[in-house]
Design a protein around this ligand. Structure first.
Ligand code: C2E
Ligand code: MG
Ligand code: MG
Length: 703
């Protein structure tokens, strides 16, 4: 029987029972939810509402020809047949795929229930299109799983805690798990208390509190004990996640990174930056930083001795034995100094052959500190083993006391340096405490340096000439050029007042060159048998251009090299590098004469005289004045005469002031004298006049 025969032409719902009320029919037809009634036996549509027609795109006539299988893809049809047979889907929503007239697949949720239609059993199906909703869900779930996989694969630890649930972890990615050595699954759902040791958990909790209390990002660094008991250093950024509704935050997000390697790398770099590579000792940066810290802390750490230690003649070891030996010496010194140090003391290498100590005083007084300095010097008593060679070196020590000698790091360092300078000036191998006078001297020296530079620029120097008398023929054999500084305020200054500073500052190079050129120019105006003597400082030997300067000074003046005599002191030979010796030979090869000045005051070692063929030896004036007073002087006088005849060189006595001295020297056999008895150093014009007078005197004597 065809159940559709009584169908209402417009609604098609005529036969729906028990719904026979007109209003209800209208409700069915116009209800926005797609609905239909079908025959479970034939699966044919009995009636469909407007919404269903709209959704599926079929006309009412189409529906008349169709069964409910026609709106399903092939793959769903068997399931549909089975479902109708068993009525299993009735009463609860079921997911299906349906086809639209155009062939598009829809995801739907159907709800079926038994009804009577035109007196027959029928099924009412109510449909909701879930396509869009499902797509949105799928998208949301895709996004969620994308985020999950991003967070899981991030190489940086990420975690989230629910702070309204005792800080329980709700997210803990694998990278985070690796850092602390726990599986995320173990940690998620637990609190720090459960996972970490109590102190650690308490620390984390405190950090969380801080982060939750304000809006900022907080950074923490700490050592964490891993599950395997190893220690790692982690840096964690924590921040409260702002709540969507502007209320208080509930969640805390953390980002953790294992910085153990980076930290140890940084520590290594910092160590390198603060230590000397050769000896492993702290370097100057470390040292000054340490002093600054001590001074800032206040008593009692403010009370310490700062000792500067300089190896005497270190350059000699380096030059003569090579740099590896020099390095071995520095390492040896470092080792011995370290052995002297107390636990709070510091030994540093400031550079080159300069070491420094900080000795905590603990109320020690000056004599005890002097004892420490003596102990430092004593550490050098036994020779150093430099690759099999036993080398003995000494040191000089300068001491400044904090806070008495300065409560500022720079002042303290400078004062220790001044004390060291004084120790070296006192002949080295000794120690000096800083005192205020050293500073005044240093200031004076500094002023003088500035003035000297200015004086060179404005030509404030002049040469005075002191004659030398040959005792062989009682003729003037030459003059010694002696430099003077006509200081605009202080008048004429003697060399002792400025030569040492010129040597220290290197200004001696320009000054010496000027003296040399000026002396040669003056001598060129004199008779050809008159020589000119020029003093050379040891530091002038360090200049590369000395030989060239001598050649050009002679050239420029047109002076024969044999008329130039260069006076050097033993220190030149003491600095004994082969280089100095080479230079002396080269000068002598030019035809220039070389004289040893101030003989008897320095080391006066015979070996120096043997090491170089000097033309002249000038005995220091202290021995001339000592004749007849000090028996030692006579011994030197006799020794010089012996050397003169032994090495066949001219012997000159300096500083002859009395005719008694002259007579004595003549008797002893000196070849030449220089001194106030003959004449004081004089200006160029006076030297010319002196020469003329003396020649006249000679003539008078001869006639
Ligand atoms: P020096 O080379 O031994 O010069 C001799 C010094 O003894 C000169 O002092 C001279 O004036 C002084 N003198 C000479 N006869 C007598 C005397 O009878 N009695 C006394 N008491 N002194 C006498 P001056 O001119 O003061 O020079 C001192 C030192 O300065 C020189 O000692 C020399 O080492 C150095 N000097 C002078 N001019 C130069 C220079 O141009 N270059 C360098 N590098 N050093 C120089
Ligand atoms: Mg001289
Ligand atoms: Mg002299």
């Amino acid at each position: 029987m065809d159940v559709r025969k009584n169908r209402d032409a417009t609604t098609g719902i005529e036969g729906l029972e028990p719904v026979d009320d007109e209003d209800f029919k209208t409700l069915f037809v116009t209800h926005p939810t797609p609905m239909w009634v079908y025959d479970p036996a034939t699966l044919r549509f009995l009636t469909v509402n407007n919404a269903a027609m709209r959704l599926y795109g079929y006309s009412r006539d189409d529906y008349d020809r169709m069964t409910v299988l026609d709106i399903r893809p092939e793959s769903e049809r068997d399931r549909m047949r089975a479902a109708v047979k068993s009525r299993s889907d009735l009463g609860r929503p079921e997911r299906w795929q349906h086809l639209k007239a155009g062939g598009q697949v829809m995801e739907v949720l159907t709800y079926g229930r038994n009804v009577r239609f035109n007196g027959h059993d029928a099924i009412l199906a109510i449909v909701t299109d879930r396509t869009e909703v499902n797509r949105a869900y799928r998208q949301a779930s895709d996004t969620r799983s994308l985020l999950d996989s991003i967070v899981s694969s991030l190489p940086i630890g990420v975690f989230v805690k629910d702070m309204e649930d005792s800080g329980r972890y709700i997210l803990y990615n694998p990278a985070c798990g690796e850092i602390v050595g726990f599986e995320p699954n173990y940690i998620i759902g637990r609190t720090d208390e459960y996972v970490f040791v109590p102190e650690q958990a308490e620390q984390f909790l405190e950090q969380d509190r801080r982060a939750m209390q304000s809006a900022g990002v907080f950074s923490f660094e700490e050592d964490v004990v891993r599950s395997d008991s190893s220690k790692r250093t982690i840096r964690t950024l924590k921040r409260a996640i702002p709540s969507m509704d502007g209320g208080p935050s509930r969640y805390l997000v953390g980002i953790s990174q294992d910085i153990t390697e980076r930290r140890s790398y940084e520590e290594r770099i910092a160590h390198i930056a603060m230590h000397d590579a050769l000896t492993g000792l702290p370097n100057r940066s470390f040292f000054t930083h340490h002093i600054t810290t001590l001074l800032a802390q206040g008593a009692p750490t403010r009370s310490f001795a700062l000792m500067y230690i300089d190896i005497d003649h270190f350059k000699h070891v380096n030059d003569s034995m090579g740099h590896p030996a020099g390095d071995a010496l520095l390492v040896g010194v470092a080792k011995r100094l370290k052995q002297l140090m107390g636990p709070a003391d510091i030994v540093a290498r400031l550079g080159g052959d300069e070491f420094a100590l900080i000795l905590m005083l603990d109320g020690a007084a000056r004599p005890q500190i002097a004892g420490l300095a003596a102990a430092v010097m004593n550490a050098f008593a036994t020779p150093f083993d430099l690759d099999g060679i036993q080398e003995h070196v000494d040191c000089s020590v300068g001491i400044a006391l904090a806070p008495d000698d300065g409560d500022d790091v720079n002042i303290l360092l400078r004062n220790a340096d001044l004390a060291l300078y004084a120790a070296k000036a006192d002949g080295r191998s000794t120690f000096r405490f800083y005192d205020g006078a050293m500073r005044q001297i240093a200031e004076r020296r500094h002023e003088l340096t500035l003035e000297l530079r200015q004086a060179l620029a404005s030509n404030e120097f002049e040469l005075h000439y002191q004659p030398l008398l040959s005792l062989v023929d009682d003729r003037i054999s030459g003059f010694e050029a002696l430099v003077r500084w006509r200081h605009p305020q202080r008048g004429l200054l003697a060399p002792a007042e400025f030569i040492p500073v010129a040597e220290e500052t290197g200004l001696i190079a320009s000054l010496g060159e000027w003296v040399l050129r000026q002396a040669c120019l003056t001598a060129a105006k004199w008779p050809s048998e008159i020589k000119i003597a020029v003093n050379l400082s040891p530091s002038q030997f360090k200049q590369v251009g000395l030989l060239a300067t001598v050649v050009s000074a002679l050239d420029e003046a047109g002076l024969h090299p044999s008329r130039l005599e260069l006076e050097i002191t033993e220190t030149v030979l003491l600095a004994h590098s082969g280089q100095n010796m080479q230079l002396l030979h080269a000068l002598r090869d030019l035809g220039v004469r070389i004289a040893m000045d101030d003989f008897g005051t320095g080391y006066s070692s015979l070996s120096y005289l043997r090491s170089f063929p000097f033309d002249k030896i000038k005995m220091d004036r202290s021995f001339v004045s000592g004749i007849g007073i000090d028996p030692g002087s006579l011994a030197i006088v006799k020794a010089v005469i012996g050397l003169g005849s032994g090495f066949n060189l001219t012997t000159t006595a300096e500083g002859v002031e009395t005719s008694d001295q002259l007579a004595r020297l003549r008797r002893e056999g000196f070849g030449e004298i220089q001194g106030y008895l003959l004449a004081r150093p004089m200006q160029e014009n006076d030297a010319l006049a002196f020469l003329a007078n003396h020649a006249r005197g000679q003539l008078a004597k001869a006639s």
